[in-house]
Design a protein around this ligand. Structure first.
Ligand code: BGC
Length: 259
């Protein structure tokens, strides 16, 4: 049997609109080494209540080292600057600092789509792709991550680009499909239009589509009418967790390499 490299472990937590999920991650492969510990996102999702849940997730997992956390907002140097799909009380909070104080370990915080993009480029659909990769997550909102030769340009917020007079994610997010009862054909038309607007200003070499709805990618991705090559995210729901764990590991000075 071939000798396996010793595992480099990290821990990632994905804070989403409906659930807060955490798991231990193999940083060489991006695979999860444990079950996902999931607790519903409290409503309202105020800082104190979310902090309690994050602490519970870490305690359940029994993890002791550094933690990477995704957050569905612009995160500049650990501080939340927006709050489109999370409680407004987060704006201005130094999330990295409050989490560090609460958990007692080093914490790295980054935008949820940025974390997913980092993971897809390191372990998934964008691995080995030279040039500009745009990752989009279609969930409650639309998250975006722009990576150039593997280096993240953080906080691109392309979900809020205006499409035919409306916020892009209001028309084309995964939840827009659900709440408006759109068929996959109808929704794919909206996603195509949204991507065409992005393509007016960007020429990525690859677009990776992720988020919950990418589990049913065969129903809508073949219907998209765009000039850019499109691939479906490989890490599906685990991309945020894996990307956050990797970011925290690297911030702590570690370097895990792809096998
Ligand atoms: C937020 C982004 C986030 C995306 C996905 C958007 O509404 O503005 O920061 O990445 O939703 O959660």
């Amino acid at each position: 049997m071939a000798a396996r490299k010793p595992t480099v472990e990290g821990f990632g937590i994905d804070i989403g609109g409906s659930g807060i999920k955490g798991a231990l991650v193999d940083l060489q492969s991006g695979e999860l080494l444990s079950d996902r510990f999931r607790i519903d996102t409290p409503k309202p999702s105020t800082p104190e209540r979310v902090l309690d849940v994050v602490a519970q997730v870490v305690a359940q997992a029994g993890h002791k080292g550094e933690v990477g956390i995704t957050f569905p907002a612009v995160i500049q140097h650990g501080i939340a600057r927006t709050a489109a799909n999370i409680d407004q009380a987060w704006i201005g909070v130094d999330i990295a600092a409050v989490m560090r104080e609460r958990l007692g370990v080093p914490v790295t915080v980054l935008n949820d789509a940025d974390a997913a993009g980092v993971a897809e480029v390191r372990y998934g659909a964008g691995f080995g792709v030279p040039g500009t990769v745009l990752m989009l997550t279609f969930g409650t909102g639309i998250g975006s991550a722009l990576l150039v030769d593997g280096v993240l340009v953080p906080n691109t917020e392309l979900g809020h680009i205006e499409v035919d007079g409306k916020d892009g994610e209001k028309r084309a997010s995964g939840s827009a499909r659900e709440t408006k009862g759109l068929s996959f054909e109808e929704w794919a038309g909206r996603v195509s239009r949204y991507l065409q607007v992005l393509e007016q200003g960007l020429w990525p070499d690859l677009i990776i589509v992720g988020g919950g709805v990418s589990k049913k990618a065969d129903r809508w991705v073949p219907l998209l009418q765009n000039r850019t090559p499109i691939k479906v995210a490989r890490l599906l729901n685990n991309a945020g967790i894996a990307g956050a764990a990797l970011a925290a590991h690297e911030a702590a000075g570690g370097s895990a390499t792809h096998p």
